[in-house]
Write a protein that binds this ligand. Structure first.
Ligand code: ACO
Length: 337
């Protein structure tokens, strides 16, 4: 059977940086509270002419450049985002802005903070079974657009970014995806969501008892991010180590073979708890959430890209990665860089 391997990565963040001290000027919080509870010190936020598609395109270009692959040789672009600039999907626009003359199949994947891991595994399945060869997986989110900036319980956590990897078909001896594990559970949706606003009057019957009174429907909008932080924390600490253990089992590898743990960057305490459960020393744990906060689907490729470009992650290293978040969704993958 065909293998697949990671051949490039890239990332991009908006220019505007907001420190914890600056946040404390708009909500009742402090640098100390935020950094002790989360490890976050600053985050990037889209502003002015920035948009998510251009960030995604910049991250993608860097990944293609590293892999020395031309955009015309792409077969598939997966845009993992829950905050697209077009509700109908943004991936074809990314293909257009990359200038792909060959029009590779391009579509979006919506799975919040698990989006990148789900995209990575979807890409691998397309390569192994679908005849695709060069697949760009982009994780990009702008949760700043859906945060209630008056809610100190959530607005301190999130930032905007984009990251990308290029996955390429290879022979089975070179295969760089050793094992994976994916899950979802709709029961936990109440703990974390940004649901469509229900318009009560739309559902009401008119005086004749007819539903026609609710026609035509009003345009909808989404509410801001609603989160029960304690429940999300508990879910992550329970499910993520277990998922990585399953993926390791499928890979036939012990936890001690992990060179780098690159988790979705949500909270330093979650990262530390998972590393402790897997008995991984902190020297093998990648963390950049101090600088960017929780960037949802972008956080894993952004952390990977920084770790590769700084020389921490070297060719041949084994990486355990895991995403977790709204849905609920979670999953992990054991890959070789
Ligand atoms: N500054 C100061 N005080 C605050 C702040 C703030 N920013 N936020 C909350 N508080 C207060 C609360 O009002 C509360 O005060 P009270 O005791 O007087 O009522 C107190 O601090 C404790 O609040 P909790 O919400 O219980 O604090 P907790 O210890 O649970 O920490 C946190 C909150 C940091 C959000 C934590 O629960 C967490 O990180 N959870 C995981 C969240 C997460 O990772 N979400 C993203 C998932 S990924 C995705 O898909 C989006």
């Amino acid at each position: 059977s065909k293998g697949c391997k990671l051949v490039g990565c890239g990332s991009a963040v908006p220019a505007l940086e907001i420190s914890n001290d600056e946040l404390s000027q708009i909500v009742d919080t402090s640098d100390e509270w935020i950094s002790v509870r989360t490890g976050i010190r600053r985050r990037r936020v889209l502003s002015g002419k920035d948009n998510l598609t251009t960030l995604a395109v910049e991250a993608a270009r860097k990944a293609l450049e590293m892999a020395k692959v031309d955009s015309d040789d792409l077969d598939l672009i997966l845009m993992c985002t829950s905050t697209p600039e077009d509700l109908f999907g943004s991936a074809p626009q990314i293909s257009k802005q990359l200038g792909c003359k060959t029009n590779p199949l391009s579509y979006d994947i919506t799975a919040a903070c698990s989006g990148f891991v789900l995209g990575l595994i979807s890409a691998a399945c397309h390569i192994r079974g679908g005849g695709f060869n060069n697949v760009l997986v982009i994780g990009a989110d702008a949760l700043s657009r859906y945060v209630d900036w008056t809610d100190r319980g959530t607005c301190i956590l999130f930032g905007d970014a984009a990251g990308a990897v290029l996955l390429q078909g290879c022979n089975s001896e070179e295969d760089g995806l050793f094992g994976f594990d994916l899950h979802s559970d709709g029961n936990g949706q109440r703990h974390l969501n940004a649901a469509i606003r229900e318009n009560e009057s739309d559902n009401a019957l008119d005086s004749n008892g007819s539903v026609l009174g609710s026609f035509p429907p009003k345009p909808s909008s989404y509410s801001c991010i609603q989160m029960n932080g304690k429940e999300v924390f508990r879910f992550a600490v329970r499910c993520v180590p277990q998922s990585i253990e399953y993926a390791l089992e499928k890979a036939g590898l012990p936890a001690s073979s992990i060179d780098w743990l690159i988790l979705h960057q949500a909270n330093q305490r979650i990262i530390d708890a998972v590393a402790t459960r897997l008995e991984l020393p902190s020297e093998r744990v990648i963390s950049n959430l101090a600088n960017y906060g929780n960037t949802s689907a972008a956080s894993i490729p952004l952390a990977l890209d920084e770790a590769v470009r700084s020389g921490k992650v070297q060719p041949g290293h084994t990486i355990a990665t895991a995403g977790f978040g709204a849905g609920l969704t979670w999953g992990s993958a054991i890959v070789r860089w």
